[in-house]
Design a protein around this ligand. Sequence first.
Ligand SMILES: Cc1ncc(COP(=O)(O)O)c(C=O)c1O
Length: 357
Amino acid sequence: MNLSDTFLRTLDTPAALVDLDVVARNIARHQHACTQAGVRNRPHIKTHKSAQIARLQLAAGATGITCQKLGEAEVMAAAGIDDILISYNVAGAAKLPRLRALASRCRLTLSCDNATVADGYARAFDGRDGAPVRVLVECDTGRQRCGVSSPEAAAALAQHIAALPGLAFDGLLLYPPEGDLTPTRAFVEATRSACAAHGLALHTISSGGTPNRARIGQAGETEYRAGTYLYNDRQMLRMGAAAPEDCALHVMATVVSRPDAGRAMIDAGSKILSSDLAGFSDFGLLPDHPQARIYKLAEEHGFVDVSACAHPPQVGDVVRVLPNHVCVVSNLLDRVLALRGGQATDPIVIDARGRVA
Ligand SMILES: Cc1ncc(COP(=O)(O)O)c(C=O)c1O
């Protein structure tokens, strides 16, 4: 990102700035990888939470989108996006009427890892006109988050779903840990056999994750959900899943104080960077001052140790911060500033931000 001094002087900070040329490159590269692997691309919108960006992904060849939250899916459906997967157990009676309304607006696929959630889905869709709603069984192949933990449990839940009114068992949802996918593939094949024994086919096998993009197709998946590849972040650099030139979003901050020789205070605190350390010991990377360390955040203050910098930033200077975890930054802002061809263009509206329920 080469930003002119004139541009930097016009910035109202703190703000997130997205380079749309990098976004376009990242979208095209990922679409190409999915197409080459013969796997449908169903990007996860958790990274951008913006219908505008989702449309760019769909225009490049994505066959639908993934949302983690019902509220995010509602925003995307209202914006006219018509093929949505929710990759999360949607639990609780309050959500059932919302699910039913959502299913009337788009081609909806749900997922779950337990019978209680599946029974809720059946209550939501029982007696509804139209095709049954597709449901995937979420499988844990090593991440130890949600998901049934054996092929037998996956097949048992598949049978339960298939017997419920208003639902159609459609396959599996995977989110494998980063690295070798051999165990995940073995889990899938064992589940395929166990389901086949009960006359159930795996139409969809949905896998995902940016760090595993080099292995697309290796788990036997039919579709891929990646999110972070769109903007990338410091975590993706650490994992070797992205290079600095693939990072499309930076938080722009102004140095507001230099209380002493070793410390700079910036106007980006936890309200824009979040407090997510993502396994680092500091709160973001300053690519133009690599020796600087954001060692602490208050809500509106970033505390930067600049004692090791040969040319530390001064009061009034604008600095770039590469967030540790970019998805949480999108959740904190109504819009992000945008550049195309190095020039400012219209901001991107983050219409699904804050839709946490
Ligand atoms: C269920 C699920 N699928 C896909 C993704 C996308 O992963 P990434 O952002 O690494 O591409 C996530 C990320 O949290 C996820 O939780």
